[in-house]
Design a binder for this molecule. Structure first.
Ligand SMILES: [Zn+2]
Length: 425
């Protein structure tokens, strides 16, 4: 058996956030059209986790250019934001663009808000190399002032309202937002090919928002979220968030210490604090794009690298797995584990916390505690041993603090699942 490491085009996610009162506008938020602009896709990843819509409806595409995000590349197949005027059917991203166009044109969508990270700080007049009219950072972008005939067409007015909202919470004068009108229809041949102008040409209100690449990630996300709030309020979409919006809180959310990712139902891994690489890691013999991943974070993904697989969280590397390719059981069963002298039923594919020791009770499954070798009895099932941190070889831990270990379960020649044991401090 071997793993097929094909360069699959990964499709984007569309997540709908409905409300009890859906009479007012439905807004489409889009992030990640360029894979090296993490402010936008991290902002929407957090928006999906920490906001609730109370009136109106919001649709979110957090990871439009997913394959480029995972590779930290502006656009592996060229700039995706130049593919909305004409595009060859042979373009590898043709089907992604077609799907996106149909969502933009959907009857239910009234307005499109598109997030970017741009360099420097936009200013109407030349002030310095980083502050001038050809910079894109921290501005609200309109293609034109008004869109006649559109349901929500007062683009300049909306942009003014966003800028006012954002600037009320700006961290420094340097960061103050300005409006940039690209006058696309009159003079900007490049921007004619963009996503927002595609919407505008089709009588849909659309704005772009730029956070500065000169800012650290959490501050970019801060400005994007302020701008998203600004447009939602302006259009009459009501929402609530479950936190106080500050750059410090955003940093905490980005480095979410509780984050986990499920790789098939049989394995759950923590996202933060893993070692750079983990050897001999069970994976099913499937194309990478077909391996099911799920997480509360929307920007997780797997990428091939030589014979290995890299687990990514947006642009960040979580860990590199050296696969041990094996057939996986279809569903996870439960086993009994004595955790600190109390017997618990544990589903394979979970993470358990242990204070002092654990003991896997015997079942029909063969048990392999990675990093544990009972004296003189290598190769047998490692059920029924009481194991504490001192019994484990540290280099086999999966985390840099050397407190997390894996127990693997096998049913004959099949992989039945993994349990991660974390020794608490
Ligand atoms: Zn961009």
């Amino acid at each position: 058996m071997c793993l097929l490491l094909s360069a699959n085009i990964l499709d984007f996610d569309l997540v709908k956030m409905p409300s009890q009162k859906e009479d007012s506008p439905r807004v489409l938020l889009i992030g990640g059209i360029q894979g090296d602009e993490p402010g936008g896709f991290n902002a929407l990843n957090l928006f999906l986790q920490h906001y609730k819509i109370l009136k109106g409806e919001v649709w979110v595409i957090p990871n439009l250019n997913r394959h480029s995000i995972l590779r930290n590349h502006r656009g592996i197949y060229g700039d995706m934001n130049r593919k909305f005027k004409t595009l060859s059917k042979n373009d590898p991203e043709y089907s992604i663009i077609e799907r996106l166009k149909s969502i933009v044109l959907h009857d239910k969508i009234d307005f499109i808000f598109h997030l970017h990270d741009g360099s420097g700080f936009y200013r109407e007049t030349y002030i310095s190399k980083e502050l001038n009219p050809s910079r894109w950072g921290n501005c609200s972008i309109i293609d034109q002032e008004k869109l006649k005939g559109a349901k929500y067409g007062n683009l300049l007015e909306y942009s003014q309202s966003i800028v006012k909202y954002v600037n009320a919470s700006a961290l420094k004068d340097l960061h103050l937002y300005h409006i940039r009108n690209t006058h696309t229809a009159k003079e900007d041949k490049e921007m004619e090919k963009s996503l927002t102008f595609f919407a505008v040409r089709n009588q849909k209100g659309a704005l772009a928002n730029e956070a500065s690449k000169n800012l650290p990630l959490n501050e970019r996300v801060y400005y994007h979220l302020l701008a998203v709030e600004g447009i939602l309020k302006t259009l009459g979409v009501e929402f609530k968030r479950d936190f106080k919006l500050t750059p410090r809180k955003i940093l905490e959310f980005i480095n979410d210490s509780e984050a986990v990712v499920q790789i098939t139902p049989l394995i759950t891994l923590p996202v933060m604090g893993l070692k750079k690489s983990i050897a001999f890691f069970p994976l099913p013999s499937k194309e990478i794009a077909q391996i099911p991943l799920s997480s509360t974070h929307y920007i997780m993904g797997l990428l091939p690298k030589n014979q290995d697989i890299v687990l990514k969280y947006g642009n960040k590397i979580v860990t590199q797995l050296s696969p041990f390719v094996i057939e996986f059981e279809k569903s996870a069963q439960k086993v009994q584990i004595q955790v600190d002298h109390r017997v618990e039923e544990v589903r394979l594919g979970s993470i358990i916390k242990v204070k002092k020791s654990f003991k896997v009770l015997p079942s029909n499954l063969r048990v392999n505690v990675i990093g544990f070798t009972p004296k003189g009895r290598a190769g047998v099932s490692e059920a029924n041993y009481e194991i504490s941190l001192a019994n484990l070889i540290k280099k086999y831990s999966i985390d840099t603090k050397e407190r997390q270990y894996r127990i693997e379960f096998y049913n004959g020649r099949k992989f039945a699942g993994m349990i991660i044991v974390e020794f608490e401090k």
